[in-house]
Design a protein around this ligand. Structure first.
Ligand code: HEC
Length: 125
């Protein structure tokens, strides 16, 4: 029981620490924008609007990352998971590849922040 309680308390602290993390520094933001251009744009489009050059051959349409409405229902944790582990990790298309072999966790977190810039949205807003 006490263990359980401690776990919940620790979890709450963790969530708070995550939520109060300040924005990524400028160099990390630029690196994320570059990574997006190099690795995501061919499917998600130059503007991040889901209209990349690949899509005419694809059965699932890549997410429009500029769509605040659909992006704000996703928490940062979910976006992190789908980038790291691929579409199938959140029951989405396998056409969204997993990137864990390409990016470190930190780079993935910066990509999530980049997505928040593209959608001009936050989770739940
Ligand atoms: C080969 C094409 C392709 C590439 C490259 C690609 N994606 Fe995707 N992505 C997709 C497709 C297709 C979906 C939609 C999956 C679905 O709706 O079933 C998607 C969905 C997503 C989603 C939304 C999941 C959701 O429903 O909320 C995120 C976030 C995402 N991609 C991020 C990225 C990032 C970041 C990169 C670059 C590191 C990237 N993608 C590269 C094809 C791609």
């Amino acid at each position: 029981m006490l263990n359980k309680l401690l776990f919940v308390v620790l979890l709450a602290c963790n969530v708070q620490a995550y939520a109060t993390t300040t924005e990524a520094p400028a160099h990390a933001r630029e690196a994320a924008a570059d990574n997006y251009k190099a690795y995501c744009m061919q499917c998600h489009g130059t503007q991040g609007n889901g209209k990349g050059v690949n899509i005419r051959d694809m059965s699932a349409t890549p997410r429009d990352h500029t769509d605040a409405k659909s992006m704000s229902v996703r928490s940062d944790e979910t976006l992190f998971k789908v980038i790291k582990e691929g579409g199938s990790s959140i029951s989405k298309s396998i056409l969204m590849p997993p990137w864990e072999g390409t990016f470190s966790d930190e780079e993935i977190r910066d990509l999530v922040q980049h997505l928040r810039v593209l959608c001009k949205c936050q989770f739940g807003s």
